[in-house]
Design a protein around this ligand. Structure first.
Ligand code: ARG
Length: 255
């Protein structure tokens, strides 16, 4: 009997039992760890420090998980693959600066926001800083982002170039291959500081957004638990502390 059991177990292990992993709350709790994906190319929110995922969102998720008595098993994927992968049950949650949009809400669920921000124009000195000045200009944005959506809506833009990573769009601006880059205002601020001397300037905010963790559609209990943990790290000052570590200000949503 025992032999059969261990044989069955070995078989299961050999098969990898790996595909369906967007688990419900009970299974996550039982496992003691939550599998969370991010991107790792979007500083200061999520980036690699050597081979370690770091940044504001990584700290926020680790703090939330600690409140829930869980460890985090991190995964890194291209930003444009995250929502599709959640839908394929590849992991339990994604924290990668997803703005809460109606379009995304059709396919995934969002927790409450861990920060509030917006899409901002970045250019080189003398370049377009206002939405209206983007007419006849080439705009660089990361693929599958709310910035790409906003750029497509700019009237009269010459071209919207999409890049796999936000840092590629930034590089294109620095190299003069695009006239403007639309990105998060805190990413923009950090990029301007990091590239002092390159003559980068920030312009108008094209839109504002609330940014939250993504879970599989219908995974309500997990969403509620993450919301509870977020409320706890807000209440005890942890969220503010993490925010100040990366931004020297509190970027959490005030309402
Ligand atoms: N906030 C934007 C959006 O919702 C961009 C997020 C990009 N995130 C990233 N990890 N590159 O689409």
């Amino acid at each position: 009997m025992r032999a059969i059991h261990s044989f069955a177990l070995a078989l299961l292990l050999a098969c990898g039992v790996s595909t369906a992993q967007a688990r419900d709350w009970a299974s996550i709790k039982q496992a003691g760890s939550i599998i969370v994906a991010s991107e790792g190319a979007y500083a200061p929110f999520n980036y690699f420090q050597g081979s370690t995922l770091s940044g504001y969102e990584i700290d926020v998720m680790n703090a939330m998980a600690a409140k829930l008595g869980l460890k985090v098993e991190w995964r890194a994927l291209g930003f444009d693959a995250l929502i599709a992968s959640i839908r394929q049950d590849r992991f339990d949650a994604a924290i990668a600066s997803h703005g809460v949009t109606e379009e995304r809400q059709k396919s995934v669920d969002f927790t409450n926001p861990h920060y509030c921000s917006g899409g901002q124009i970045v250019t080189k000195r003398g370049g377009p800083t206002k939405g209206a000045e983007l007419a006849n200009k080439v705009i660089g944005v990361q693929l599958a982002t709310t910035y790409a959506e906003a750029a497509k809506k700019v009237t009269g833009a010459k071209e919207v170039k999409t890049f796999p990573k936000d840092t590629d769009a930034q590089q294109a601006l620095l190299a003069g291959r695009v006239d403007a880059w639309v990105t998060d205002r805190f990413v923009a601020k950090a990029a301007v500081e990091r590239n002092a001397g390159a003559g980068l300037v920030t312009g108008e905010l094209l839109f504002v957004e609330r940014v939250a963790t993504v879970v599989r559609k219908g995974n309500g209990e997990l969403r509620d638990q993450l919301n509870k943990a977020l409320a706890e790290i807000k209440a005890d000052g942890t969220l503010k502390k993490i925010s100040e570590k990366y931004f020297k200000e509190d970027i959490s949503c005030q309402n």
